[in-house]
Design a protein around this ligand. Structure first.
Ligand code: 5AD
Ligand code: FES
Length: 347
């Protein structure tokens, strides 16, 4: 097993059957060996800097019905909300004063925000905070729409592919969604010039090691700037309410693998990871992650943006999360960077 990790460390890739062997035969000793290497690669590329992104969850309306997601259209117990441009700008102001230099606008696929409305919001943020990066996470759109957002000033786009296996994709999503379109979106975004993030949930229902191997192969092929992974956590109001959550252990192992595959990737220790274990995000950083994404949304809407149960930080003000994370990051010997935190390939 150690030879496989050494090979991955040296060549940044493995054959499909080698990924499978590594994942299926992992154990605590191997994991620790992997994490040491992954930390080393992180430190070589980004030092002890951990980048912070201010997450603004600006709408929980969604036209989609993904089986795993708490804000899916069919979940009628969700109290829906939308933030106005002014409210979004207030979040940015607060975030800026707290040292955030990246704002992530995330929402369900909500038709209320027309291309014109989004362009106006993006332009307004870039006008007020020209030195900040704007990241969008708004789901699947057409090429022209992505282009319009990019021309308005958006820098980055997050769109998890969710699973790179066709059949698995079909078991997580209603039939009108397709992996093909998801991938097309990611390639469009890249072509337009965005820094792009893909990703998947660890331990989602029906996921096998073969699915994970396909995820890793797809990630290598896409070569994204960012990869977001976190454990699947069931939400009580979804068809997957009774399913088992993904594990901390496998999520950390995959973070380590991804750091070795893409040495310069921006890799968040996600909120979901912090939800399944109080020290999940710290352990994520120690396994190779280098980004944390605390919430900047107004506290009164936080509990309405629940993709999964028991989500952390839903009662905490932006400033509390900012300083809480700083303390946590410093406790493990790293520090929070007040910078845009672009991918190394960006000048
Ligand atoms: N558990 C964990 N992650 C989830 N996401 C959506 N629902 C869940 C869940 N139940 C993730 C998806 C999505 C991202 C915004 O949140 O991967 O892309
Ligand atoms: Fe939100 Fe710790 S990060 S309270």
């Amino acid at each position: 097993m150690k030879q496989l990790i050494d090979k991955l460390y040296q060549t940044s890739s493995l054959l499909p059957q080698e990924y499978k062997e590594l994942i299926d035969n992992r154990n605590p000793e191997i994991s620790e060996y992997l994490f040491e290497k992954a930390r080393g690669v992180r430190i070589r590329n980004y030092g002890y800097d951990i980048y912070i992104r201010g997450l603004i969850e600006f709408t929980n309306y969604c036209r989609n019905d993904c089986y795993y997601c708490g804000i899916r259209k069919s979940n009628s117990s969700v109290e829906r909300y939308r933030l106005s441009k002014e409210q979004i700008l207030d979040c940015c102001k607060m975030g800026y004063d707290l040292g955030f230099r990246t704002f992530v606008l995330q929402g369900g696929e909500d038709g209320y925000y027309s291309d014109e409305k989004m362009v106006d919001i993006i332009r307004s943020i870039k006008k007020g905070y020209p030195m900040c990066a704007v990241t969008l996470s708004l789901g699947e759109k057409g090429y022209e729409t992505y282009k319009a957002f990019y021309d308005a000033g958006a820098d980055r786009y997050l769109l998890r592919h969710e699973t790179a296996n066709e059949e698995h994709y079909g078991r997580l999503h209603p039939s009108k969604m397709s992996l093909k379109n998801r991938k097309k979106c990611l390639y469009d975004l890249k072509e337009i010039g965005y820094q792009v993030g893909c990703g998947f949930m660890v331990g989602s229902p029906y996921q096998t090691t073969d699915c994970l191997v396909e995820d890793l192969q797809f990630i290598k092929e896409l070569n994204p700037h960012m990869v977001g992974i976190g454990p699947f956590i069931p939400h009580h109001g979804t068809p997957f309410a009774g399913e088992t959550a993904g594990t901390l252990e496998l999520t950390l192992f995959l973070l380590g693998i991804i750091r070795l595959m893409l040495p310069q990737v921006l890799l968040p220790a996600t909120t979901a990871l912090g939800t399944i274990h109080t020290k999940g995000r710290e352990m994520g950083v120690l396994a190779g992650a280098n980004v944390v994404m605390p919430n900047l949304s107004p506290v009164d809407v936080r509990k309405k943006y629940l993709l999964y149960d028991n989500k952390i930080c839903t009662g905490d003000e932006a400033a509390e999360c900012r300083y809480c994370l700083q303390k946590r990051i410093e406790a493990i010997g790293c520090h929070i960077s007040v910078s845009r935190g672009d991918h190394k390939s960006i000048l």
